[in-house]
Design a protein around this ligand. Structure first.
Ligand SMILES: [Zn+2]
Length: 665
């Protein structure tokens, strides 16, 4: 939209706002007071020439997590007075009508809506999210646990009947031993961001429903851990569920006990580089108030303690110290909105010691969702933020995702865009957590296909895949790529297993030569000796720089050996009748009459003396094999695929498609 048009629309919009405010003010003052953070506010674009000019604005105004680097504007949430103030200060501001309209949409239940946030049925409330998580642990006891890691501010302050537990949904197969690589994702750090917790919850449900169905999901849950802090700030979220634009926690000690501007910004409260660099506010009512001390808030403390318990410390405290190349673990803080992917540092300009590799993984993520990958500082200084803590304190590869295009994102956009764009990125993050500074440089193995999914042992099976080094976003720079140099597969024992010797089996380029950045590869699997039942074929590829990429897998089912032929049955059909000489009891009369012995003896002498093979045809030895199911291989490890008890309305979207995308594109 042209700036002039924007301004005109904005003017008309503002007139509507003022009229609305007047009406509310005269008729429903109580309503006006309780919603002074939303209905009276709107979204404006503040254009800038110098990014530094934005910095002082953040101390007074609610600068949203969205910045347009091309047109050079930030979005700010204002009320009419603040809008007038910005104009009087000669700032170049214009109302963003579309975003304002989305922001102001009434939060009332849709017709027939029984659950979810009013007007936004795709988003489970805090309670509904917790119920869903608890149900996952009931339905998948070997795969899911729900861990209490601390209390929200209201629970800390007012006791267990108030506020909430801070809880993590941990997903991994408890029957496979660790230690395992860890992918941790937190959401709802900022309360008004509706989409992130639902994305995380759907991700969990999707993983559990596909365990034993999708080979990639299955090995991820067997060999990796996924920790999802669904509601980091549940107190604030309850406020936001009413339609308030609540960002911080609800700590009543800051600003004023009843103000809707109270609380601390949890994403400025973490102790690493807290209050170091002007990237947070010391004003208690400010949207980015950092809190009085580092990690002053109980939510922050719970996260810090838990994150330190699941990741080893892999980085020295010196700001210039890098984590080793083979460091493990990926950390996500999922926010909205802006369609950006950030990595440390946010506190200052230097490239982080692992910055090049963080950028590589960031560009990989952005290939899936087409977001804008950039070091966090590009959008302004932030200090005391979660991702700087996770990387700075522990050396973990840490990212902030800004998903979507609105705080109160429409369910249509959430279901049709945010979910399909981001679930594959989350899967990739879980895969990369084994070596996030190495694997993303390598090529991806995709489209793993077995030409027969179920065969008799000994039947050769062709496995094919695509190995591609081209899956990087080019939205902000170009990642170096190389030709594919090799590919290999493993049956059942992936390369990281140490107690059994993994066997790498080579794959060849389908066109005969490894000389492109994306190659179709193939091999023939010798299934001789594979036991009946389910097996997993793991595939990975290497580029010409020697980087191996993440693996992808497919299931191979071996059916039981065929029914043995009767000749294999060593048991004689009638072992008891030992041949008795017919003459033994029949004393021949000494007379020399040539009368033959009467054939009254039941065992016909000739037949009983014949080897069993002659008579075996009359005995059905195959009967002993009938109990063995020939079409159902051992599925004992496959959980029952009972539908997950979700509370969101059934919109027909069962989330299988993204996994097809992961392994099929
Ligand atoms: Zn946020």
């Amino acid at each position: 939209m042209k700036k002039a048009t924007l301004l005109l629309c904005g003017l008309l919009f503002l007139l509507g706002i003022v009229a609305l405010g007047t009406r509310i003010g005269t008729q429903q003052s109580a309503v006006a007071q309780s919603s002074d953070l939303s209905s009276n506010q709107f979204v404006v674009r503040l254009y800038y020439d110098d990014p530094a000019a934005i910095q002082p604005i953040a101390a007074t105004f609610d600068v949203l997590e969205h910045r347009d680097l091309e047109e050079q504007y930030v979005l700010i949430l204002v009320n009419p007075d603040e809008y007038a103030l910005l104009q009087s200060l000669n700032y170049d501001v214009a109302i963003d009508v579309a975003r304002s309209a989305e922001f102001q949409r009434p939060h009332v239940n849709l017709p027939n809506q029984l659950d979810g946030i009013p007007g936004y049925p795709c988003y489970r409330t805090v309670e509904e999210t917790f119920t869903s998580a608890a149900n996952m642990t009931i339905n998948y006891p070997d795969l899911a646990t729900w861990i209490d890691i601390g209390d929200s501010w209201e629970r800390t302050e007012f006791g267990s009947r108030n506020g909430y537990d801070i809880q993590v949904l941990k997903l991994t197969n408890v029957n496979t031993p660790g230690p395992k690589p860890v992918f941790f994702a937190m959401s709802d750090t900022h309360a008004r961001e509706y989409a992130p917790p639902e994305l995380s919850t759907r991700f969990a449900e999707n993983l559990l429903a596909n365990y034993g169905v999708d080979a990639d999901v299955t090995w991820l849950l067997d060999y990796h851990e996924i920790h999802l802090l669904l509601m980091t700030n549940p107190d604030g979220r309850k406020q936001a569920e009413t339609g308030l634009s609540w960002r911080k926690n609800t700590n009543q000690n800051y600003c004023s006990p009843t103000s809707n501007s109270r609380g601390a910004d949890l994403n400025r409260n973490f102790e690493f580089q807290w209050n170091c660099c002007g990237g947070s506010s010391g004003s208690e009512c400010a949207f980015n108030y950092r809190g009085p001390t580092a990690a002053s808030e109980p939510e922050t403390q719970a996260v810090q303690t838990y994150v330190r318990s699941i990741f080893p410390d892999q980085r020295d405290d010196d700001l210039n110290a890098a984590a080793p190349d083979d460091a493990m673990g990926v950390f996500f803080d999922i926010h909205s909105y802006g369609e950006d992917i950030f990595w440390p540092w946010g506190w200052g300009n230097p490239v982080a010691p692992n910055g090049v590799d963080l950028q590589t993984l960031g560009r990989k993520f952005a290939w899936f969702n087409d977001y804008y990958p950039v070091q966090a500082i590009a959008y302004g200084v932030t200090d005391g933020a979660t991702d700087d803590f996770a990387y700075g304190d522990l050396g973990v590869a840490a990212y902030t995702f800004e998903i979507g295009t609105a705080f109160f994102q429409s369910c249509t956009v959430f279901e049709n865009t945010i979910l399909p764009d981001n679930l594959p990125a989350l899967i990739y993050a879980a895969k990369a957590s084994r070596a996030p500074y190495q694997l993303p440089s390598g090529p991806d193995a995709v489209n793993v296909t077995l030409w027969a999914e179920s065969v008799l042992p000994g039947t050769p099976v062709t496995v094919s895949a695509e190995i591609t080094d081209l899956r990087y976003s080019t939205n902000n720079g170009v990642e170096p790529t190389q030709n594919i140099a090799a590919a290999e597969y493993y049956v059942d024992t992936p390369y990281w297993i140490t107690d059994t010797l993994p066997v790498a089996l080579p794959m060849v380029a389908a066109d005969g030569t490894f000389d492109e950045k994306s190659e179709d590869v193939t091999a023939v699997i010798d299934t001789t000796g594979l036991a009946a039942g389910r097996h997993t074929v793991f595939v990975r590829g290497q580029d010409a720089d020697g980087n191996w990429g993440v693996i992808s897998a497919e299931f191979l089912d071996i059916t039981p050996a065929p029914t043995p032929t009767p000749t294999n049955t060593p048991v004689p059909p009638t072992p008891t009748p030992t041949p008795i000489p017919p003459t033994s009891t029949f004393t021949p009369t000494p007379t020399n009459t040539a009368v033959p012995p009467t054939p009254t003896f039941t065992p016909t002498p000739t037949s009983t003396a014949v080897p069993p093979t002659a008579t075996a045809t009359s005995v059905p030895p195959t009967a002993t094999f009938t109990p063995t199911p020939t079409t159902a291989p051992t599925m004992t490890s496959t959980p029952t695929m009972t539908p997950t008890a979700t509370s969101e309305p059934d919109n027909g979207y069962r989330l299988y498609l993204p996994y097809v995308v992961v392994s099929g594109d």
